[in-house]
Design a protein around this ligand. Structure first.
Ligand SMILES: Nc1ncnc2c1ncn2[C@@H]1O[C@H](COP(=O)(O)OP(=O)(O)OP(=O)(O)O)[C@@H](O)[C@H]1O
Ligand SMILES: [Mg+2]
Length: 488
């Protein structure tokens, strides 16, 4: 019955009175903040989409470009209840039609959208800003996880590219299918590595408390074809990190190395494969005598066109050490360094010390538990499917260790036989293993890898020595490795 202007005033007064006496307070988070986009609105949307899929009845669905995940959203006036540190927050999504625009520099959307957060007044100190920070962090994580991950590499002459394009890494989508489930190695060691990775990823507070840079180094060592590269892919898939595959031979100076490091992002794995082949690992004093990474071409050699202005390649061990555990290594955070090598005894102990390579992981020849995983992957052989009391089973268990065969070679045999009946395929594998054992015995202690590379028994034992202690080694300044090298 009231005229419109009085009605408006009366509503406002009533609303204010209601808010004064109410035990709740309300926050509006609008989609746009003046002319600019409100980042918080989108973060809330993403954050709520996590729980919206279970709690709400009316949902809107979307899928972003380059994304492999669907996102759920709340429809208009739908409500959702969330809890934070024991207190309750109620969210409502409010969509209203915008009044017809007369003139605007920038056309606005037809709908005005916002989220309203309702919390108890007494909970205010608990929620603001901790809850909002929590929402922002969770949304960033969800955004990262829903996007496809990337594999980066530094290309030849990246120094030039670095100056001109500003980014020294080239990327492709990272789609390696290796996971910890498919990786053939002893389950206990696998669990140990997974727990270590999980601890690292969840350890922000721990690293801050202890004053350490939030990074961790792993050294994967062992003969070719034992799953070092597969392990890196499994780590990346497990943590959802991007991978930077650093090709050291393409980097010519320490400062270029530093620039590459600066351009990596958080939540990434920086990989240097075959570290012993990439750099002169004995020279730590670059200032006195920088050792060229690659010998300069001889002017007498008629096959080589010598560029007169060719700069000396001066990436040094010292540069690499600083890269992994110097002041620069902590620009950005939550990064994992992984080094691989076939010859751990060649590595400098400074490179192996804790802080640079915190965990040394031996990727060894195929063990029986690893063989079971491979048979499951390639033949679909489930636990208990083959009679564990049969001669075939006992034969495989007995022959696999003595055969000293890499998982890559076992995979190859299984691939060839995968269309046969499972017991027939396993029997064929046993035949190959027996033949291999026989050959090894005849050759008197020489082992040969799948690629025909002969490795002396002594050297092999040195490579395997940490295994004899029964576990992977948390680095103790690389002592066990140095001891192995000394034994050689
Ligand atoms: N432990 C393993 N688990 C599952 N598959 C494996 C394993 N080891 C090797 N393979 C198979 O063998 C192939 C070669 O493995 P990978 O490239 O990981 O070996 P590597 O140790 O990195 O060898 P290199 O030292 O020559 O680089 C892979 O395609 C993978 O399918
Ligand atoms: Mg490899």
């Amino acid at each position: 019955l009231l005229p419109p202007e009085l009605r408006f005033a009366a509503t406002t007064v009533l609303q204010r009175a209601f808010l004064c006496f109410s035990s709740y307070c309300y926050y509006d988070i609008t989609e746009t903040d003046g002319m600019s986009t409100n980042e918080l609105y989108h973060s809330v949307q993403l954050y709520l989409s996590r729980s919206a899929s279970v709690a709400a009845t009316h949902l809107s669905l979307s899928r972003g470009l380059n994304s492999s995940a669907f996102t759920f959203g709340l429809s208009s006036h739908d409500r959702l209840v969330d809890t934070f540190r024991g207190a309750t927050a109620t969210w409502e999504h409010v969509v209203t039609q915008r009044q017809a625009q007369t003139f605007s520099w920038r056309p606005l959307p037809e709908e005005k959208r916002s989220f309203t957060l309702r919390i108890k007044k007494k909970d205010k100190p608990l929620f603001v800003p901790a809850y909002l920070d929590h929402i922002m962090d969770t949304a960033t994580e969800l955004r990262r996880r829903s996007q496809d991950r990337l594999l980066y590499t530094n290309s030849r002459g990246s120094a030039g590219g670095m100056e001109s394009r500003g980014f020294p890494w080239e990327s492709v989508p990272f789609k390696h299918p290796s996971t910890f489930e498919t990786l053939a190695m002893d389950p206990e060691r696998k669990q140990l590595i997974m727990a270590d990775l999980r601890d690292f990823a969840e350890g922000k507070a721990f690293y801050e408390k202890t004053g350490r840079a939030w990074k961790r180094g792993y050294l994967l060592y062992g003969p070719p074809g034992t799953g070092k590269s597969s392990m890196i892919a499994a780590m990346a898939n497990f943590l959802g990190y991007d991978v930077y595959d650093l090709e050291l031979t393409e980097v010519s100076t320490n400062s270029e190395l530093r620039k590459l490091l600066m351009k990596t992002t958080s939540k990434s794995i920086i990989v240097i494969e075959d570290i012993d082949c990439s750099i002169n690992l004995t020279n730590r004093g670059p200032k006195k005598s920088p050792t060229p990474l690659i010998d300069p071409p001889s002017p007498e050699d008629p096959n080589v066109a010598v560029a007169p202005a060719a700069a000396p390649k001066t990436i040094t061990l010292s540069g690499l050490l600083n890269f992994t555990d110097g002041l620069w290594s902590c620009c950005g955070s939550e990064r994992i360094f992984v080094f691989t090598t076939n010859h751990v005894e060649k590595l400098d102990s400074a490179l192996l010390r804790s802080g640079r390579m915190d965990m040394h992981i031996l990727m060894g020849y195929c063990s029986f538990p690893a063989l079971k995983i491979l048979m499951k992957n390639y033949l679909g052989l489930e636990d208990g499917e083959l009679d564990e009391k049969s001669d075939l089973w006992a034969g495989l268990a007995a022959a696999i260790d003595e055969a000293e065969i890499t998982p890559a070679d076992v995979s190859e045999i299984l691939i060839k036989n995968r269309r046969r009946e499972k017991p027939a395929a396993a029997a064929e594998l046993l035949e190959v293993l027996k033949a291999r054992v026989e050959k090894r015995r005849k050759e008197g202690g020489k082992i040969s890898s799948g690629e025909g590379v002969e490795v002396e028994e002594e050297e092999k034992r040195a490579l395997d020595s940490p295994k004899e202690s029964g576990q992977d080694t948390e680095s103790d300044g690389g002592k066990e490795v140095v001891a192995a090298a000394a034994a050689l």
